[in-house]
Structures are given as structure tokens and as C-alpha cells.
Write a protein that binds this ligand. Structure first.
Ligand code: SAH
Length: 351
């Protein structure tokens, strides 16, 4: 196993067979060796700096019906909400005061937020916070919409591919949602000039090791700036309510592999990871992640943006989340930084 990890460390890629061996042969010992190597790559590229992204969950209305997601259209129990433009700006204002220099507007695919409205919000954020990056995470749109958001001042776009396997994608989504369109979106976004983020859930129902190998090869091909992965966690009002949640162990292992494949990648220790283990995010950083995304949403709506059961930080304020994160990172020898945290590659493109 160590030879495989050494090879991945040097060459940033393995063959399908080698990746399979690395996944099948995992043990505590292998994992700790992998994380050691991953931390070398993490620290030579980023030191002990961890980038902050302020997450603003601005709507939980969604026209889609992803089978795993708690805010899917068919969930009649979801209490729907939208933030006003003033509320969104207010979240960003608070975040900026704490030192956030990236704002992520995330939401369901909500038709109320037309391109005009999104562009107006982006332009206002751009004007108010010229030193900050604006990230959108609002799903699949036509290329011309993406172009408008970019022209209005958005810098980055997060759109997890969810799974690169056609067969699995079909089991997780209704027939109207296709993997081909999701991939089309990612390539359009990249082509327009966004820094893009892709990624997948781990251990969703029906997922096999083969599917994960597909994800690794897809990511290598797409070569995104950011990669978000997290364990699948069931939501009580979805068809997958009784399915098993993804494990901490596999999530950390995949984070380590991704850090070796993408030494300069922006890889978050996600909220889902913090939800399945009280120290999940710290462990994620120590496995190679270098980004955290504390919540900046107003406390009263946090309990409504529930993609899965037991989501953490739903009773807290932005200030509490920011302070808590700072303390947590310090406890493992890392620090948050007050910078946009662009991918080293994108920073070079802009010069
Ligand atoms: N509508 C946007 C934002 C989706 S929410 C979009 O389509 O991109 C952000 C991410 O949460 C999703 O991409 C998905 O990977 C993750 N997610 C959704 N439901 C989940 C669940 N039950 N468990 C774990 N992660 C989930």
C-alpha cells in the first residue's frame, strides 16, 4: 500500500487498478500514511492557512427532486423561505467584518431568483465588497445565464457533479435531471472563466467502489479548482430516509487521495463531515483539506436549510460559527486567513 501512496504522491495519478487496490486495501495504518503525505502537499502549498468561505443559504425553494435531498420539491414538510436582497447583503456585511473575503450564495433552484435578480445581487455584492470573491452555487442553468452572472461580477461557481456514473446518477435523480447536463454546465462555467468546484457525495445508496473510481477519473479530466466531497446523510422526508449514512473513515481517506491528486486544490472540510463526527472537520483538515465554510445565514432560517438530518450549527449566529471555527482550527495548529483564497492557479491566470 505504501508504494501506491508514494506513487500517487509523486505522480498525482494512478491507474484504475491501482486506485482500486488503494481503496480496497485501506486500513488504519494505510490511512495514517496517506494523511501524512497529504499534509506535506497541503502545507507546502498553503502552509497552515485555512481559507474561509461564508455560506449564505438564501433560498430553500427548489424545482428539482434529487432523491437524497431534504429540500427536494416533493418534500411537503420542508418549511420554505427566501432571504430578501437586504438580508443577503446584511449577512455578507457581518461576514466581512469578521474577515471573510469569500461569500458563497447557495440555494435550491428557485425560479423566483431570475437571472435579473441574481445579477442585481451579484452586482451589489461586487460593489460593496471589491476585495471579496463572489461564489454562486445555484444549480444547473443555460450557458447564457452563467455568462450573465460572470459579467455581473461572480468569480466562482460550485456545482458538485454528485456522481460521474451514469447508472448511479439515474438512481439518485428523476429522469428529467441528467448527468450529461450537469457536466455540460461544469464545462460551460469553466470555459466562461469561473473558478469551478465539483465533487460528489460518498456512500450514497447504490454507490460502489467502481463509481468512486469513475469520480476520480472524471475529476482528473475536468480539473476543477475546488473539490467538495462529503458523506451522504439521510433526510427523514426523502425516499432514502432509511439508508445508511456515509462513513467518516471513507470520507477522510478520499480527502487524502484528492489532496495527492490535486496538490493545489481547494478542498473543504464540509459541514456534512462535521455532522457525522464532532471533530469531523478538524480530522478533514488533518487528512488534507484546506477550506472551511462557516454559515453566515441568519439564525432563524438555518433550521430550514436542511439537506440532511442533524445538520450542525443551526442554532448558532454567524459570530458564534466564526469564533468556534477559529478555535477549532487553532486547536490543531492551523489558522484562518483573511484573504479571498483563490486557487494558486487562478491567481496566476489573473496576473
Ligand atoms: N442546488 C445547488 C446546491 C445544492 S446543495 C446545486 O444543485 O448545486 C449542496 C450540496 O449538498 C449538493 O450538491 C449535494 O452534494 C449535498 N447534499 C444534498 N443532500 C445531501 C444529503 N442528503 N447528504 C449529504 N449531502 C447532501
Amino acid at each position: 500500500m505504501k508504494e501506491l501512496i508514494d506513487k500517487l504522491y509523486k505522480e498525482k495519478m494512478l491507474s484504475r487498478e491501482e486506485f482500486r487496490l488503494l481503496l480496497d486495501g485501506r486500513s488504519e495504518e494505510t490511512a495514517s500514511y496517506l494523511f501524512e503525505k497529504a499534509r506535506i502537499r497541503q502545507q507546502e502549498n498553503f502552509g497552515h492557512d485555512i481559507y474561509l468561505r461564508g455560506l449564505i443559504e438564501f433560498t430553500n425553494y427548489c424545482k428539482n427532486d434529487c432523491l437524497y435531498c431534504g429540500i427536494r420539491r416533493s418534500n411537503a414538510n420542508a418549511q420554505r423561505y427566501r432571504l430578501s436582497e437586504e438580508e443577503i447583503l446584511d449577512c455578507a456585511d457581518k461576514g466581512h467584518a469578521y474577515g471573510f473575503r469569500t461569500f458563497v450564495l447557495q440555494g435550491g433552484e428557485d425560479p423566483y431568483f431570475t437571472d435579473d435578480r441574481i445579477c442585481r445581487i451579484v452586482a451589489e455584492l461586487r460593489e460593496h465588497f471589491p476585495d471579496s470573491a463572489i461564489t454562486l452555487s445555484i444549480g444547473e442553468k443555460p450557458r447564457k445565464s452563467y455568462q450573465r452572472y460572470f459579467d455581473a461580477g461572480a468569480d466562482r461557481y460550485l456545482l458538485r457533479h454528485e456522481t460521474a456514473s451514469q447508472a448511479l446518477y439515474k438512481k439518485l435523480h428523476p429522469a428529467s435531471q441528467t448527468l450529461d447536463n450537469r457536466i455540460r454546465c461544469l464545462y460551460d462555467l469553466k470555459d466562461i472563466g469561473f473558478q469551478i468546484g465539483a465533487g460528489m457525495m460518498l456512500e450514497t445508496p447504490y454507490q460502489t467502489a467502481d463509481d468512486l473510481l469513475d469520480d476520480l477519473f472524471f475529476l482528473k479530466e475536468l480539473d476543477p479548482d475546488m473539490i467538495g466531497i462529503g458523506p451522504f446523510i439521510p433526510h427523514k422526508d426523502t425516499p432514502f430516509r432509511d439508508c445508511r449514512q456515509g462513513s467518516l473513515e471513507l470520507t477522510l481517506y478520499m480527502l487524502g487521495i484528492l489532496r495527492l491528486m490535486f496538490p493545489q486544490g481547494l478542498i473543504p472540510a464540509t459541514t456534512a463531515l462535521g455532522t457525522i463526527d464532532p471533530l469531523g472537520r478538524e480530522k478533514g483538515i488533518l487528512a488534507g483539506a484546506n477550506v472551511v465554510m462557516p454559515n453566515l445565514s441568519p439564525t432563524p432560517v438555518r433550521g430550514k436549510y436542511l439537506l440532511y438530518n442533524n445538520k450542525i450549527c443551526t442554532g448558532e449566529s454567524s459570530a458564534q460559527c466564526y469564533n468556534c471555527m477559529t478555535v477549532r482550527l487553532r486547536s490543531i495548529g492551523y489558522q484562518t486567513v483573511k484573504s479571498r483564497g483563490d486557487s494558486p492557479r487562478a491567481a496566476k491566470r489573473q496576473n
